[in-house]
Design a protein around this ligand. Structure first.
Ligand code: NAI
Ligand code: MG
Length: 532
């Protein structure tokens, strides 16, 4: 049912501070309601109460947004806007985000449920720096001159040109950060962007849209269309006038997007699909230090992190000693349960009731299968969709918590007999919660086998003070990012992405520019016809 909604919602933070957030779709630098009046209700996962109702794009709205993006690419952006000026606008956008960082951190906390302090100290500074990093790239994208003839009468040169209209579909776990990772390289490269935030957390991207207009980007360069995945997301993925789709989220949705691209106009596709990342403790590791990396690697953002280190392998000789350190470190992660705005709060609720119930089902399944709960293992008794930081031991490689690939879904999907009903009955493929599973190993060879025994390959980490071992192991792990004696830290300058079914393409660093550019080869003949 179409609802009339106010154009702006006035939100209150627990400290009494107020913030206005626009509720319309952001198209051509203006907030407009959905043509059909469709809406999304966004819930605060801490209070379980309605936070805001915003417009939701349907197919008609997507068509309007795509037309706006195409027009902007042809007339005011792309070839018609100098790279130096693109960089200047991106720098201005980063400055505005820095000015309003406190408000954005609060908004992330309200809409997603994450710790406001973590959002303030991690999400926002990293996102601001990411936009600045790509502002610097805008005028440093260039081709090559290739000599093809000794006499210099013929040559080849390459131009690095933007794809054009890019759809960017992001998840709910790091709203502003995922937005920055996506729009930074796309806008720097000269593409126009249609961003679709998750239906679970539409507010940060809408608030961010105001800054785009304030920074002075021409209308249509950045459009933002909150929508449900199967509606607005699917319309973007199959749109004939979209040149590229970039996606971060679940493997199943990634497959659908790739399929939609293949069946429509073969738009370019990049995917970041999460994983089931291994974290290894060798006996020579500094155990106390490693324990903080392990808990940080799984409990940050309640495990709702694509590269969360969810499979822990501990060398048998230090297993007991390490588990003691691990439990002590896990305790810190309930700080702030019930109040994600409290200073010192680290943990928060899961983003939705469905996400929390999925975690409950997994852990109950593990218990039934004979695993022992070494820490946590239940919901948190209180308001909000919290789950206790959980450590599961005595797991065997066949248990679903360790190896979550449900082949049936894949088979059904490939044979086009896949439906959303089926998906909801099997949707336990990734835990994506504060749940760590621990296994023992004896030898380096054995643990490399275990670590790589997965269809994913986003991240992997290990701790060892044996330099030769560090060299051997980093080279043996099948993952897009390997952390040595640390876990989870990312830099805007260094690439991030997946091996195997964790994705296609790399985000961040210079590599992300490749996701938004194509190479044109220009062949020159200066011989005046004298040379063949
Ligand atoms: P999802 O992958 O369905 O959603 C991510 C984004 O894709 C959202 O913006 C959503 O609206 C959009 N989307 C959904 N269906 C679509 C479609 N058919 N076409 C185009 N876009 C579509 O993930 P969801 O449902 O939010 O979470 C389910 C699970 O996915 C999580 O439990 C977790 O395992 C995984 N996930 C992984 C993430 C990562 O960082 N790699 C982030 C979010 C979820
Ligand atoms: Mg929400």
């Amino acid at each position: 049912m179409a609802k009339q909604i106010p154009a702006v919602v006035n939100l209150a933070f627990p400290n009494g501070r107020k913030l206005d957030v626009p509720t319309g779709l952001f198209i051509d630098n203006k907030f407009v309601p959905s043509v059909e009046g469709a809406t999304i209700d966004s819930i605060n996962p801490v209070t379980e109460e309605l936070l805001a109702t915003v417009s939701s794009a349907t197919e008609q709205d997507i068509d309007i947004a795509v037309a706006s993006s195409r027009n902007a690419f042809k007339t005011v952006w792309g070839r018609n806007f100098p790279p130096v000026q693109r960089g200047k606008l991106l720098n201005r956008l980063a400055d505005l985000l820095e000015r309003d960082a406190e408000a954005f951190a609060g908004l992330e906390a309200l809409d997603n449920g994450k710790s406001a302090q973590v959002a303030r100290e991690v999400d926002l500074p990293d996102s601001i720096a990411c936009i600045r990093y790509y502002a610097g790239w805008a005028d440093k994208i260039f081709g090559q001159t290739i000599e093809v003839d000794d006499k210099g009468l013929k040559s080849a040169s390459t131009r690095v040109e933007p794809f054009g209209v890019c759809a960017q579909i992001i998840p709910w776990n790091y709203n502003i950060m995922m937005l920055a990772w996506k729009i930074g390289p796309a806008l720097a490269a000269g593409c126009t962007v249609i961003l679709k935030p998750s239906e679970l957390t539409p507010l940060p991207a809408l608030k961010f849209s105001e800054l785009v207009a304030e920074a002075g980007f021409p209308p249509g360069v950045f459009n933002c269309v909150p929508s449900y995945g199967p509606i607005g997301g699917a319309a973007l993925a199959s749109h004939l006038n979209v040149d590229k789709v970039a996606f971060t989220g679940s493997t199943l949705t990634g497959r659908k997007i790739m399929q939609a691209a293949a069946l429509s106009n073969l738009k370019k596709v990049t995917l970041e699909l999460g994983g089931k990342s291994p974290h290894i403790i060798f006996e020579s590791a500094n155990l106390k230090d490693a324990a903080t990396h392990v808990t940080g690697g799984i409990f940050l953002n309640q495990g709702q992190d694509c590269s969360a280190g969810s499979r822990l392998y501990v060398q048998a000789s230090v297993y007991d000693a390490f588990l003691k350190e691990l439990k002590a470190s896990a305790e810190e992660w309930t700080a702030g349960y019930g109040d994600n705005f409290k200073e010192g709060a680290l943990g928060g609720p899961l983003v939705s009731k469905a996400q929390r119930d999925k975690v409950v089902n997994y852990v109950e399944g593990a218990k039934e299968a004979g695993a022992s709960i070494l820490y946590g293992g239940t919901k948190w008794e209180g308001k909000g969709w919290y789950y206790l930081p959980t450590i599961i031991g005595d797991v065997t490689p066949d248990m679903k918590v360790v190896k979550e690939e449900v082949r049936l879904i894949i088979i059904l999907f490939i044979h086009h007999r896949y439906s959303d009903d089926l998906r909801s009955s099997f949707v336990g493929v990734k835990i994506f919660g504060p749940v760590l599973v621990v296994s023992k190993f004896n030898t380096e060879e054995e643990v490399i086998e275990l670590a790589n025994n997965t269809t994913y390959g986003l991240g992997a980490g290990f701790h060892s003070s044996d330099a030769n071992q560090c060299q051997r192991v980093q080279a043996s792990l099948e993952a897009g990012t390997v952390w040595v004696n640390q876990y989870g830290l990312l830099y805007n300058q260094s690439p991030f992405g997946g091996y195997k079914q964790s994705g296609i393409g790399r985000e961040l660093g210079s590599y992300a520019i490749d996701n938004y550019t194509q190479i044109k080869t220009v062949l020159w003949d200066y011989s005046g016809g004298s040379s063949q």
